[in-house]
Design a protein around this ligand. Structure first.
Ligand code: F0G
Length: 454
């Protein structure tokens, strides 16, 4: 048994509450069977997301106290700019209030109606922004990338033949840019390899097309490159990060994930690309030296970026995830393997074979796990998908319950509690039934939608 060890000590804590099951059931009914609508007062272990919930370090918290409040020209911004230049190797910095704000700017600046955007896989807000600007998302992962049980180390790779086909089918003038998402979120936090980035870059260059990197989970992807790609087994994380970013013409990120608990941004070495985004940024996000963030957040982001180069920081979440995934897998619970970044991803269709996909098994599983344990996960399946032009559900490629492991938040005994409760639910899976809509918002329905037991 490989036991992960916390490479930090706990110096500030927050009390948790484990309420009786009847209260959790009532809370779930109140929340419309949607874990997004729960109140944290009813939640025991909050594994909804790592976004904005990673633990901050003592150095981050102390940096926040020396923040320089100014609308323009704040020293806090220059410290963050310096960190981004060093860690991502990009000169021009556009700060944004979070990742989707960066997606808005990038999509408005670089996508024209009728263009396509090939990528390893979409993210919910990414796809919405691209489509709002008239673009079409093309997912060109390998044929076996969505296989739940697998030993492929880099399921987040772009399939190179499919990328070539995109250029020959649409012509390079119709390809807005190629997007690669580090630790591909919706397919189970699966990384891509450095070799794949090099191959994608080569094709982008041949076709004079921009390559865009979503670096929200770049630290973990760099960690997996070090673990799983022979060439990098002795490399320093900072060099891996720099090489990854060097292939991208433009890098954007949610720093709610990558480095701290708030913020985001866009970086590039091209003055031309920078100028295409600069004025939009001022319009949507705020002046160039704060971009919708508070100066305290900017300071924490700068320190956090440097900590992303520290193996004892970025190995934490993947090692706890690997422990949970391996234990559940050994017990026969269907989970995505190999273990990835962000969280433990349970295959809801394998877990609940009696619940048809039209009854939203991942949503049903998220609901049931909360009721029996107080653990809040996130549905990443058809509820998080959309309807087609005829109003029919587009079934998600994979129907997942994601249990996020925010960096350095949960202990090993809490992780064991999670494993124990998931196993119990698996043994008692026939108790779980499907869901149906009560209130379905037209846009990003998974956030605010309400459902009921079918
Ligand atoms: N890109 C990726 C790969 C993400 O995972 C996220 C957010 C975003 C962009 C958007 O960033 O939230 O700062 O606006 N993922 C969160 C999650 C919400 O829970 O997986 P944001």
């Amino acid at each position: 048994e490989q036991i992960p060890v916390e490479l930090h000590k706990v110096r500030m804590v927050q009390k948790l509450f484990l309420k009786p099951i009847e209260e959790r059931k009532a809370a779930m009914e109140e929340a419309g069977f949607n874990t997004f609508l729960l109140s944290t007062k009813d939640v025991f272990l909050d594994m909804l997301t790592d976004s904005g919930t990673n633990a901050m370090s003592d150095n981050q918290i102390s940096s926040m106290l020396q923040a320089d409040d100014a609308y323009a020209g704040s020293q806090s911004f220059y410290r963050m700019e310096k960190a981004l230049r060093e860690v991502f190797g990009k000169h021009y910095v556009l700060p944004a209030h979070q990742g989707r704000a960066a997606e808005n700017i990038v999509s408005q600046a670089f996508i024209k109606k009728g263009e396509v955007i090939p990528m390893n896989y979409h993210f919910t807000t990414t796809k919405e922004h691209m489509e709002l600007n008239g673009g079409k998302v093309l997912e060109i992962y390998a044929d076996d990338a969505l296989q739940i049980k697998s030993d492929k180390p880099f399921k987040g790779n772009i399939d190179i033949d499919k990328l070539k086909d995109v250029f020959s089918t649409y012509g390079k003038e119709k390809v807005a840019f190629v997007r690669m998402e580090a630790s591909t979120n919706l397919i189970g936090g699966q990384p891509f390899s450095m070799q794949n980035m090099r191959d994608v870059k080569k094709i982008c260059e041949e076709n004079e097309t921009m390559m865009v990197l979503d670096a929200s989970l770049i630290g973990e992807n760099a960690w997996f490159i070090k673990q799983r790609e022979e060439e990098f087994k002795n490399a320093e994380i900072k060099d891996i990060l720099l090489e990854m970013c060097s292939y991208a013409d433009l890098v954007y990120f949610s720093s709610r994930k990558v480095s701290s608990t708030r913020g985001g941004g866009i970086v590039t070495n091209s003055k031309d690309l920078y100028m295409k985004m600069r004025d939009l940024l001022v319009l949507y996000e705020g002046f160039l030296t704060y971009g919708g963030m508070s100066v305290r957040e900017i300071e924490a982001m700068a320190v956090g970026l440097n900590e992303t180069c520290d193996e004892t920081v970025i190995s934490q979440s993947p090692s706890f995830i690997a422990y949970a995934v391996n234990e559940l897998d050994a017990a026969g619970v269907p989970v995505i393997t190999p273990p990835g970044a962000l969280g433990c991803h349970i295959d809801a269709m394998g877990f609940l074979p009696h619940v048809p996909q039209t009854d939203y098994p991942a949503g049903a599983l998220a609901t049931a796990l909360f009721i029996i344990s107080g653990i809040r996960g996130m549905e990443r399946g058809t509820i998080s998908s959309v309807r087609d032009e005829n109003g029919d559900d587009i079934p998600a490629d994979v129907e997942l319950l994601r249990l996020a492991f925010p960096r350095r938040v949960f202990t090993l005994s809490q992780t064991k509690f999670v494993i124990d409760r998931v196993k119990w639910l698996y043994e008692n899976r026939e108790l779980v039934g499907g869901l149906e809509w009560v209130e379905e918002p037209p846009l990003l329905r998974f956030f605010m939608g309400r459902l009921k037991a079918k």
